[in-house]
Design a protein around this ligand. Structure first.
Ligand code: MRU
Length: 345
């Protein structure tokens, strides 16, 4: 499997997810602003991958600072983090990754500046490694919920490409397959950015996991005909009460799943929880360009001048969520208590 993101000497290298699966090209980010731009333009996307690359970006930013004392160093670092922090609004992992790096800097202020830079680089590498470990842990917890012979529907891409590796929702599917279960996947295409068609289908095919692509308006058909046993999706931010922000269209899938009594699972690491928010209504929803809606693969599909709306995420209320699979264990309703308990472990 190709590495989604890696931190080499002075370079954060990412596979360009705007060009997959037709082209496998890499983008080399040499500065914190390059990383911010890669996140903004979706070269890298998916909440955990955004958090990991943001941490690597902060390290690149730190490397470029000339300062002879901690206060001067830290104030420059804070300034450099602003465009990165503003690159995308919904996935809380972005703020989480930046804040963890800043906290390490503050806690290491007695180090010399070269040692501090080294420490920050190591922290970014640790965050990357921990992300893969947490996906494996999530997979092991989550696969216990998936029966042998199941067909699992997923929306968007919450796979290796959306993380440092293995994936969250697709990590659960991979772990079930690794446990010897026969799993078939139905992948929603996920208009308008086509993360399902382009990325989920690609990475499951790479792993020889059976996957069938469906357009977003087909999921009700398959659910009604008893052809879906479980839904597993990822998340960009989960509020304290268990409301889930995820790719636009997730809410629609959750409503259908409830109607057909199909379990609806969300897989996300603890770093995706935002316990400072009481409900999903407080989660900022990214509005992306109309251009991505009025065109398909860069080809206009509407009359010229047509206008379009493009909220990039929606909120699935907690009462539609059967369980939230985290790297610390499985949370069930009431989420206010179960998520808090898991986050304190
Ligand atoms: O706009 P994207 O592609 O960054 O949206 C990604 C999603 O909505 C994913 O489902 C979510 O980030 C979880 S990724 C493990």
């Amino acid at each position: 499997m190709i590495k989604t993101v890696e931190y080499l000497d002075g370079v954060v290298r990412m596979i360009d997810q705007t060009r997959l699966p037709l082209e496998k090209v890499f983008v080399d980010c040499k500065s914190i602003d390059d990383v911010a731009n890669a996140i903004k333009t979706m070269v890298i996307r998916g909440a955990p991958a955004i958090g990991v690359s943001a941490a690597m970006g902060v390290s690149l930013g730190a490397e470029s600072i000339y300062a002879d004392n901690f206060d001067a160093f830290y104030s420059q670092l804070e300034d450099k983090c602003i465009p990165l922090a503003n690159s995308r609004p919904t996935a809380v992992n972005l703020a989480w990754g930046i804040e963890r790096m800043k906290r390490v800097a503050r806690e290491s202020q007695l180090l010399s500046i070269p040692e501090l830079k080294k420490k920050l680089k190591q922290e970014a590498l640790d965050i990357c490694k921990e992300d893969i470990e947490s996906n494996m842990a999530m997979g092991n917890f989550g696969q216990t919920l998936i029966n042998d012979g199941s067909t699992v529907l997923t929306h968007c891409n919450a796979g290796a490409l959306a993380t440092a590796g293995f994936g969250t929702a697709l990590g659960v599917i991979r772990a079930a397959v690794n446990a010897g279960k026969k799993i078939d996947v139905l992948a929603d295409e996920t208009r308008p950015f086509l993360q399902g068609a382009r990325l989920t289908v690609w990475e499951l095919m790479e792993d020889n996991i059976p996957v069938k692509l469906i357009t977003d308006n087909m999921s009700g058909f398959f659910m009604k005909n008893n052809q879906v046993d479980a839904v597993v999706v990822g998340a960009d931010r989960i509020a304290g009460n268990g409301d889930v922000a995820n790719k636009i269209g997730t809410y629609m899938v959750a409503v259908l799943a409830q109607k057909h009594q199909i379990p609806f699972y969300v897989a996300a690491p603890i770093s995706t929880l935002d316990l400072s928010l009481n409900s999903g209504e407080e989660i900022p929803i990214e509005q992306r360009s109309e251009g991505e809606v009025v065109s398909l693969n860069n080809k206009r599909i509407t009359p010229e001048g047509a206008s379009a709306a493009h909220p990039a995420f929606d909120i699935t209320p907690n009462d539609l969520v059967t369980a939230i699979i985290t790297d610390k264990g499985i949370a069930k309703t009431p989420y206010t208590t179960s998520l808090k308990n898991l986050s304190e472990q």
